[in-house]
Design a protein around this ligand. Structure first.
Ligand SMILES: Nc1nc2c(ncn2[C@@H]2O[C@H](COP(=O)(O)OP(=O)(O)OP(=O)(O)O)[C@@H](O)[C@H]2O)c(=O)[nH]1
Ligand SMILES: [Zn+2]
Length: 348
């Protein structure tokens, strides 16, 4: 058989499979429609997507810890973990159907295999950028994460892990942290080596939905293992092996964190964590020059004040940013990071 025929036959098979799949979805949808009309589903209620697998989702009802497997009405597309939804439970409680998606406060996107941005998780309150005493962080790397986080509109928080390895006076790292605190970024320090090493982190997580990102080896898995100690909480969570592998397609999951102190949780609400290998690898991605510039929070008030409207803040006379570096209002290392990030975009 010629190559050409083969590929035509392959194409035919693919089309056939797709047609069958669409037919099945149609059938299921008209069944859902009939069931909905026949009142086989209960009243509408709120919930949150805690995992999704194609057109099937796990939804956790607002008032309940137990998730329900749901499918989607055909007109609903693109739901992701963390989405708030309106859904109806089957009367026999076996499953449910999602009928609407709530407004999103925020969405985290990643490029798919074809380089197109796809949402991977929604309604995230904060991005925890984890770095560690070892491997020692480069300020530039932290700045990259901050810029990427700023572009999503989700608040970044810096988490310095492994403080058990910190030398007595902390040295350069303390200075580095002070620099970011001065910019208004919350900084939390942690260690998984001490019983009380995560106290500050617990406080940060309470009542919010968070994701952990950061370089390999900084201790993201270790932190998450400490936060979700109960195996049951991690049912379906990433296995040790897949964590180390390159499976970045695994679905994101939303976990409810147990509180170390039940009293606190009742006040602030329990913390939620959305995690997947893909989310952990969140990085600079597809930003343009303007997004990078606006990602440096201390530049914002100065933008628009350069002599030339199209100033690129390199060596133009009357540049408001360069003047601020001169005055010491912008830290020279932050400005060097800015330059380096722009250069890396040009290379890409
Ligand atoms: N001393 C010390 N070591 C830690 C701490 N937290 C994690 N580690 C160690 O740091 C190493 C890396 O931790 P992981 O949790 O695998 O780091 P990760 O960020 O998940 O790394 P990837 O899976 O590669 O993304 C392990 O050997 C941990 O035991 C800590 O607070 N103190
Ligand atoms: Zn300028």
């Amino acid at each position: 058989m010629s190559k050409r025929n083969l590929s035509r036959q392959q194409r035919w098979r693919v089309e056939k499979v797709q047609a069958e799949r669409a037919q099945r979805a149609d059938r299921r949808d008209s069944r859902d429609g009939e069931k909905l009309a026949a009142g086989e589903y209960g009243p509408e209620q709120g919930g949150r997507v805690i995992a999704h697998f194609g057109r099937t989702l796990d939804v956790r009802p607002d008032e309940d810890a137990k998730a329900v497997r749901c499918h989607l009405r055909a007109n609903l597309e693109g739901l992701v973990t963390g989405d708030r939804v309106i859904w109806r439970a089957a009367h026999d409680a076996s499953d449910g159907v999602v009928v609407a998606r709530g407004e999103r406060d925020s969405v985290l996107e990643r490029p798919d295999a074809r380089g197109q941005l796809k949402p991977v998780a929604a309604n995230i309150d904060q991005i925890l950028i984890v770095f560690a005493v070892e491997p020692a962080p480069h300020a530039n790397l932290i700045d990259r994460y901050l810029v990427a986080a700023e572009a999503t509109g989700i608040a970044p928080v810096l988490v310095l892990n492994k403080i058990d390895l910190l030398p007595a006076h902390g040295g350069e790292l303390r200075d580095l942290l002070a620099r970011y605190e001065a910019l208004g970024y919350p900084v939390v320090t942690t260690t998984t080596e001490r019983e009380d090493g995560l106290t500050a982190l617990h406080l940060r997580l309470a009542g919010r939905t968070s994701v952990f990102v950061g370089q390999s080896g900084v201790g993201k898995s270790s932190l998450i293992d400490c936060l979700l100690p109960d195996e049951e909480l991690r049912i379906g969570a990433l296995s040790k092996d897949s964590r180390k592998g390159t499976h970045t397609t695994t679905t994101a999951r939303l976990y409810t964190l147990p509180s170390p102190d039940p009293g606190d949780a009742a006040e602030a609400g329990s913390g939620k964590l959305i995690d997947s290998p893909g989310i952990r690898e969140f990085g600079l991605g597809h930003l343009d020059e303007q997004q990078v510039t606006e990602g440096f929070v201390e530049f914002r008030d100065l933008l628009g004040h350069c002599r030339f409207r199209d100033c690129r803040h390199r060596h133009e006379p009357g540049c408001a940013l360069l003047a601020a570096v001169e005055r010491g209002d912008i830290h020279p290392e932050r400005f060097a990071s800015y330059r380096r990030i722009l250069e890396s975009l040009e290379e890409a």
